[in-house]
Design a protein around this ligand. Sequence first.
Ligand code: NAD
Length: 307
Amino acid sequence: MSEKLSFKDRVVVITGAGGGLGKVYALAYAARGAKVVVNDLGGTLGGSGHNSRAADLVVDEIKKSGGVAVANYDSVNENGEGIIQTAVKEFGRVDVLINNAGILRDVSFAKMTESEFASVVDVHLTGGYKLSKAAWPHMRSQKFGRIINTASPAGLFGNFGQANYSAAKLGLVGLGETLAKEGAKYNINVNSIAPLARSRMTENVLPPHILKQLGPEKIVPLVLYLTHESTKVSNSIFELAAGFYGQIRWERSSGQIFNPDPKTYTPEAILNKWEEITDFKDKPFNKTQHPFQLSDYNDLITKAKEL
Ligand code: NAD
């Protein structure tokens, strides 16, 4: 059997760790020896209000189990730097950053106001940027860093009523892909995850029999694996839910090279060659086929049970 993956003395910053996925990450890292910054603004699902209680309760739980943690109540998009400063001030460094904080303001695009769009992009994408930007010099100078950006199936595939959220989530993937390239020579790995899990974000959307399968603890193993010092994986996107763990990748069709004569570059030539341009027949991946449509979901869970 392989050795247990330890995070002893690693400093892990988790945003939005007062509940949901962030909380289970915090408990898991602390149980494996990490010093954890538990950040949470303690607001509503829509992002209003704030309360220190959510983060405090998680810190108390970690301390009661003999772990090391400190709370931070800053908003990721307003004072991302302050969250990283808490890690550096309390524990002297930052090794792992989990960009996890998030809000929802779901409404169809026709009715979405600019403020509903901007506020969701601000928390997810600007928040992810601010934390990464503040952690970056520390990770570069110590030549070690692990960052997880929390994307979403909604960002990868789109979802009704979530234009703001989808834009922010795919934005985080793009941010991560570039940071992975810029961070490679400093041993900074950056990956994105698109989870589906039971939390206040999903409990009023999905039916109970599906929610039952979606324990947030099933998201933890991949996040810990990806952020361990021994893991070299970077610049990758993973989709996970209900005990399923898979990788997502972009694929290019076989395509068509046109004759270099500029006269051939016409819309009619595109029309004539459309089948070749869009030919994926040797490449079965179909981006429009959402793997988490509820009809498919039952199959997935059944398969997971069979294993
Ligand atoms: P959650 O609402 O339980 O957790 C989000 C946490 O972020 C909350 O505790 C909230 O207080 C905190 N937060 C919100 N705005 C903040 C801010 N400005 N600064 C600091 N903290 C803030 O929901 P969750 O399901 O655990 O979501 C965690 C992450 O996973 C989110 O980014 C979410 O978009 C993403 N996600 C979740 C699912 C799912 O199925 N649950 C699916 C895809 C993506």
